[in-house]
Design a protein around this ligand. Structure first.
Ligand code: ADP
Ligand code: AMP
Length: 213
């Protein structure tokens, strides 16, 4: 199964992707997580990307397409994958299309989580993430069992540097300008599925699995 979780920053893509990983035993490929790992390693690419991320801008297409190409070639992707946070521009979507065709693969579903901007802002303000395994929590809507500690791996939760009010505004602007137009691209491809992502977490999960059958 080749899946994509789609939506604005904070729509719940990463949260729902974890359930897909568990159910289908395929990897979650989050470009955001990959960039944060590159920053943690202080690689040249990571340092360059950080400047864009800190300002809530998109990292240039050439960088992102390069890291995705390399990742999709790995063995663990051969039985399927879950793209999370990629593509975010038409150029990225077109590049993905070429990569998929070259390897004889097809996207099965683009699962799009629709959430109004006002709720996105609340979700991002209360988001806490695990720096070790990438799990995402919310201080009110989805708290960990022990405050500040990841349920999955026991690491101490952090607030992402780019989860601040100013950056979020820019990330949302860029989402509407550069990423939302991909909805039409995937509708035309016949793989687009819309989910009301503003519902409570378990209802969103239920709707998602209903679509997947
Ligand atoms: P994305 O990966 O799309 O950026 P996340 O999965 O990290 O978004 O979710 C953003 C925030 O919203 C997190 O704090 C998460 O716990 C919370 N969240 C995710 N889904 C829901 C939901 N259905 N209801 C309430 N909060 C949610
Ligand atoms: P995310 O973890 O998906 O919220 O992404 C965090 C940040 O990483 C974004 O605000 C962008 O700066 C950058 N980023 C992640 N994925 C992409 C992508 N596909 N294209 C461009 N920039 C990206």
């Amino acid at each position: 199964m080749n899946l994509m979780v789609f939506g604005a920053p904070g729509a719940g893509k990463g949260t729902q992707a974890k359930f897909l990983v568990e159910k289908y035993n395929i990897p979650q490929i989050s470009t955001g997580d990959m960039l944060r790992a590159a920053i943690a390693q202080k690689s040249a690419m990571g340092m360059k990307a950080k400047k864009y991320m800190d300002n809530g801008e998109l990292v240039p297409d050439s960088t992102i397409i390069g890291i995705i190409k390399e990742r999709l070639e790995k063995d663990d992707c051969q039985n399927g994958f879950i793209l999370d946070g990629f593509p975010r521009t038409l150029a990225q979507a077109q590049a993905l299309d070429v990569l998929m065709k070259e390897s004889g693969k097809e996207l099965d579903f683009v699962l799009s989580f629709d959430v109004p901007d006002s709720l996105i802002i609340e979700r991002i303000a209360g988001r806490r993430v695990c720096p070790k395994c990438g799990a995402s929590y919310h201080i009110e809507f989805n708290p960990p069992k022990t405050k500040g500690i990841c349920d999955a791996c026991g690491a101490e939760l952090i607030t992402r540097e780019d989860d601040n009010a100013d950056t979020v505004k820019n990330r949302l602007l860029n989402y509407h300008k550069q990423t939302a137009p991909l909805i039409d691209f995937y509708k035309k491809m016949g793989v687009f599925a819309q989910i009301d992502g503003s519902q409570e977490l378990s209802k969103v999960t239920k709707d998602m699995f209903q679509i997947l059958g």
